[in-house]
Write a protein that binds this ligand. Structure first.
Ligand SMILES: NC(=O)c1ccc[n+]([C@@H]2O[C@H](COP(=O)([O-])OP(=O)(O)OC[C@H]3O[C@@H](n4cnc5c(N)ncnc54)[C@H](OP(=O)(O)O)[C@@H]3O)[C@@H](O)[C@H]2O)c1
Length: 324
């Protein structure tokens, strides 16, 4: 451990960071050690990582002093902020600033910062196709991360942009749902555009590839994807892979989707509309072949991901049990 380069992983118990901890632990001769950061080292996921050889350290990205201690002695920092825990672009920017300030104080040699595009640059300020949200953003969880890139100036940073995790189908309840007639359907404002997607476990593998390659990715933006697929293509793959009747994809208007009223409907509506209207721009930077190289050659396709997650996805398609 002493001679290994420590990577401090913010978000180690989550989708992005846990894959990186696993990738480091799976390569004991790779020269890196994992320091898993969590607010709660007593949680099962943290204990499981400790049992496999990760150093688990308590810190909170709302508390810069705790981060400075957690980053001390580290070679690298992987950083992700979780917009969905608070839905606030401003809070997400403050958390990113804390991470960058602590990384500077610790003098780390490489930061991989999980950011996203500034979607405001894709549209003119007076474009009325989608509303502004939280006053200043088009897609707050994209735009706030992009604004936060400025905090990392002066640090040896790789700006890492991931794609839609296919795991959202069971983690975020986005899978097609079966109705009382047995018909499976899902509804998005994506038209026939292709969505760049990825298996969540491959995100950490790609991040590990960036740390291993080191210098060549410092100052660069690296965007990753496992496959680019339309919702009709994913529907067909889901029907076949899960052995269920054809999945119907309803391509709806983005205004209608935003009016659905569930928490985050406007944010998701803007995001999917942005993916639809700027399909070319978003997908052009997310090369599947480059991602495969970063993952050491083993990148999952949608079908491979589905076959490993069949039970969870199938369960997510089932109607909620009737309440008595
Ligand atoms: N879902 C997608 O398709 C997608 C695509 C692109 C980008 N993203 C972005 O990914 C981000 C979420 O990442 P994820 O999916 O890996 O999250 P996740 O699975 O929900 O896990 C969240 C992680 O963040 C940590 N965390 C949250 N607040 C913290 C705090 N105050 N201090 C320390 N750690 C904190 C949690 O650690 P503890 O709870 O253990 O402390 C946990 O490890 C979002 O901002 C989203 O915009 C998601």
């Amino acid at each position: 451990m002493a001679d290994k380069k420590i990577i401090a992983v913010v978000g180690s118990t989550g989708s992005q960071g846990s894959g990186l901890v696993s990738a480091i632990l799976a390569d004991p001769n790779g020269g890196f050690a994992a320091r898993a950061i969590t607010r709660d080292p007593s949680k099962d996921k943290a204990k499981a990582m400790a049992a496999k050889g990760a150093e688990v350290v308590k810190a909170d990205i709302d508390d810069v002093e705790s981060l400075k201690k957690a980053f001390a002695g580290a070679h690298g920092v992987f950083a992700v902020t979780n917009f969905w825990e608070h839905f606030s672009g401003e809070k997400e920017k403050n958390q990113a600033k804390n991470i960058a300030d602590a990384a500077k104080a610790a003098g780390v040699k490489h930061v991989v910062w999980s950011t996203l595009e500034d979607t405001r640059k894709l549209m003119k300020a007076d474009d009325t196709r989608m509303p502004m949200l939280q006053k200043v953003y088009r897609v707050p969880h994209f735009d706030a991360k992009a604004e936060a890139n400025a905090y990392f100036a002066g640090l040896p940073t790789t700006y890492f942009m991931v794609s839609f995790y296919w795991d959202n189908l069971y983690l975020f309840g986005l899978a097609p749902k079966q109705d009382d007639k047995g018909v499976y359907s899902w509804t998005f404002p994506m038209g026939s555009a292709k969505l760049a997607g990825i298996a969540k476990d491959d995100i950490g593998k790609a991040a590990y590839g960036i740390f291993k390659a080191g210098q060549q990715y410092i100052g660069k933006t690296v965007a990753i994807a496992g496959e680019h697929l339309s919702f009709d293509e994913m529907s067909e793959k889901l029907s076949k892979g899960l052995g269920i009747s054809p999945v119907k994809y309803n391509a709806v208007d983005a205004n209608l989707f935003r009016s659905f009223g569930f928490p985050g409907a406007d944010e998701y509506g803007n995001m999917f509309q942005m993916y639809r209207d700027f399909e070319k721009e978003v997908n052009a930077v997310r090369s599947v072949e480059e991602t495969r190289k970063l993952c050491g050659g083993s990148l999952q396709s949608f079908d491979q991901w589905l076959s490993s997650n069949k039970a969870a996805v199938k369960a997510a398609t089932e109607p909620a049990p009737a309440t008595k």
